[in-house]
Write a protein that binds this ligand. Sequence first.
Ligand code: CA
Length: 245
Amino acid sequence: MASVVAHYSASALTDRGLKRPSNEDAFGLSVEHGVYVVCDGMGGAAAGEVASTLAVAEVMQWLTQRPRTSPLPIEAAEAIAAANEAIFSRSQRNQKLNGMGTTLVALLVEDRRAWMVNVGDSRGYRLRGSRLEQITLDHSLVEEQIRAGQMSPEEAARSPLKNVITRALGTQSMVTPDIFEFETEPGDLFLLCSDGLVRELDDSLVESLLRLDATLEEMCSRLVEAAKEAGGHDNITCVLVRAES
Ligand code: CA
């Protein structure tokens, strides 16, 4: 009998890191509804925290507390539009929150079907077998220049523009997420994370930590600890989701 994905399990962890005064990352998850999300907020004062918290709350509310009337990726796009609107209108009403925004990366699963959705430079990865693959494409100035062949990864790492993201939730009246669709296989391990993780750790180190024989909780702790040992310059968030047979 062919092995199939029977259910999913998940774990998540967020950490302020070692340098930032507060944590502007946020995450949400519902194994029951197959919804997992990471947001990384930006903006002065506490605005980044407001934006990421609002985005997670809106998306979770939309996708876990309402009856679904459309296919999941369409519901997800609507949820993101609602989150965008909520952040944008709040920033318009409150001077202190002006210009706030957030990245978003989400994994949505429905039986064997899965979607990753992203805006900004938070990332989604899949470990299948022993190979780690980045599913999402960063909406950042340097990553777009790398993809266009105009910059090398080494130049990007040194660039003063490496923090510039080209899409965010809440900074404009409309936003378009990218959506990646695929089928899951038993044993697949998905990682959603903020840039505070992958700026500190290269993909080969992340891959080796995900290949350890450990619980998802232990893996989350090891990822966060490794990012802190590497400097912990930014807030660090990871959500791990495994397709179980
Ligand atoms: Ca960050």
